[in-house]
Design a protein around this ligand. Sequence first.
Ligand SMILES: Cc1cc2nc3c(=O)[nH]c(=O)nc-3n(C[C@H](O)[C@H](O)[C@H](O)COP(=O)(O)O)c2cc1C
Length: 210
Amino acid sequence: MSATTPDATPYVLVLYYSRHGATRTLAEQIAAGIESISGVEARLRRVPEISATCEQTEPEIPDSGAMYVELDDLRHCAGLALGSPTRFGNMAAPLKYFLDATSELWMNGALIDKPATAFSASSSLHGGQETTLITMLIPLLHHGMVYAGVPYSATELLETTQGGTPYGTTHVSGKRGDNDVDDNEQRLALAQGKRIARLALAMQPLRETK
Ligand SMILES: Cc1cc2nc3c(=O)[nH]c(=O)nc-3n(C[C@H](O)[C@H](O)[C@H](O)COP(=O)(O)O)c2cc1C
């Protein structure tokens, strides 16, 4: 589906990059949480790979999986859940590359007062998930978005021995990247999806009265 007009059903854009599928699994769980809240939809989109040489690296429409994001998907969203693998404690370049192309939205204040949240996967427990989430939040604040993490009312935060942080859901994929998203990580992603959906609906009137 292409980008919708602002008066269609509000949606939270779940935008991610995932090379090996761990971040995609979290994205799908967050989308399930969003879809469980009535009156708001989840729109799952990803960014394509990038290349150091100036050439098209991917077909315009992917062979499988989520569609590639368009600027209008972000422009018209009621909220945003942004996901990236941890790469050297930071977000992956393809996602940053997309964000760096959003100046027009920034100049027009298109994302001001919209809620945003972030999620990540890393291979190791202390490999920089939290710095990834915190640094992902910075461009969103520049856009005027309101950041929402995961509150400790999600008690899995106190119990997890794998992923899960108050800054956003995470998954520890393991040395070979073959750990399944465990129950705590899954429940936290669901809770995060529900929360961003509720916030997207609650904050909509705030923007309409401007
Ligand atoms: C270039 C690069 C840098 C990475 N840096 C980190 C890191 O700083 N900490 C970590 O724990 N894992 C790191 N990883 C591992 C990925 O975060 C991990 O495999 C993640 O689960 C991949 O997510 P995906 O399956 O969604 O692609 C790195 C992987 C690559 C390719």
